[in-house]
Design a protein around this ligand. Structure first.
Ligand SMILES: C[S@@+](CC[C@H](N)C(=O)[O-])C[C@H]1O[C@@H](n2cnc3c(N)ncnc32)[C@H](O)[C@@H]1O
Length: 300
């Protein structure tokens, strides 16, 4: 998973650990206490080592981080060493731009950075994003899986739509453009909320994409607009599982959930959790190491 590059007034640092697959979840959870977006990268082709990486403000949350790493070591049985590196914002942004050519996603979408010359893809809906900001530039397997899933379920014409964990707002904008419906987008990260609002305005979608700050299903705007007939949640396996009951409760009968941010190895666990709450599997899409689930709440 690529990181969430963002422009920030304060200095940023990248923190990471390299661990075997069984310890990924524990360390993902530890780093989540101080980094809002976490990246998980395969270190070698044999999938024996993974790097869990996050970006945080330099010096922030050191006590919480220390405590969370101790818990991760105890629960996983792996005492991983924390690596740190400072992130130079200019070089970082330049690298981000270089790694962000126009992306074609699914059959309907083209995602292009503001730094690129406009191109015309008449058959595709073009979404313009600033590549130097929150997660969701269209190149990541989890985002691409959600866009493919959206195309597959578009014929159901969902009308009450939620993008929980919107990042750059890419999924909310894609749904609003494709379905011509209002979409509620939320994120726990204030920067992502600002970026989503800015991206929606840049794409002429401010009237359709409404974005609010909040943590998961406790976000007042989410409660206010519930129930939904389409929910996107591209977060991570662990938070998805802990939100399964709320998701099910807030889906209309016949409603669809598109879940992503899980490695293919985590699909079984996430699926089992949601099945226990009564959702049924419609499709499992794969994009490289990443799985996307299309789940449905049965009618009646
Ligand atoms: C992997 S990014 C997905 C961004 C975008 N939806 C996409 O598909 O590319 C996950 C986003 O979820 C947000 N997030 C994580 N935990 C959350 C929570 N409990 N409530 C709301 N947002 C959350 C993060 O801040 C991040 O922006």
């Amino acid at each position: 998973m690529s990181l969430s590059p963002r422009r920030h007034a304060t200095e940023l640092e990248t923190i990471s650990v390299t661990v075997p697959p069984d310890a990924v979840e524990a360390y993902e959870s530890a780093l989540s206490t101080v980094c809002t977006t976490i990246g998980i990268f395969e270190v070698d082709d044999s999938q024996t080592l993974w790097r869990v990486e996050g970006v945080k403000d330099t010096g922030s949350g050191e006590d919480e981080l220390r405590a969370a790493l101790i818990v991760a070591a105890l629960t996983s049985g792996v005492d991983a060493e924390l690596e740190r590196s400072h992130t130079e914002s200019e070089g970082w942004l330049a690298r981000t731009y270089e790694s962000f050519p126009e992306q074609l996603a699914g059959r309907r979408f083209a995602i292009r950075g503001t730094h690129l010359e406009p191109t015309t893809s008449p058959q595709r809906i073009t979404i313009t994003l600033d590549a130097g900001v929150a997660f969701g530039s269209g190149e990541h397997g989890s985002t691409r899986g959600c866009l493919r899933a959206l195309e597959m379920i578009a014929c159901r014409r969902p009308r009450r739509i939620l993008d929980l964990g919107c990042g750059s707002g890419i999924l909310a904008m894609a749904a609003a453009s494709l379905l011509h419906k209002r979409v509620l987008a939320t994120d726990i990260d204030p920067w992502s909320v600002r970026v989503t609002r800015r991206n929606a305005a840049m794409n002429g979608l401010s009237n359709l994409v409404e974005c609010h700050l909040g943590n998961g299903w406790s976000t007042p705007a989410i409660r206010h607009h519930a129930p939904y007939d389409l929910v996107f949640a591209n977060i991570l396996a662990r938070p998805l599982c802990s939100m399964a009951a709320d998701l099910t409760r807030n889906l209309l009968p016949g409603g669809t959930a598109i879940l992503a941010g899980l490695l293919n190895t985590q699909v079984r666990m996430v699926l089992a959790t949601h099945r226990r709450h009564g959702l049924v599997l419609e499709r499992h899409l794969r994009e490289g190491d990443w799985g996307t689930l299309i789940l449905r709440k049965p009618n009646g």
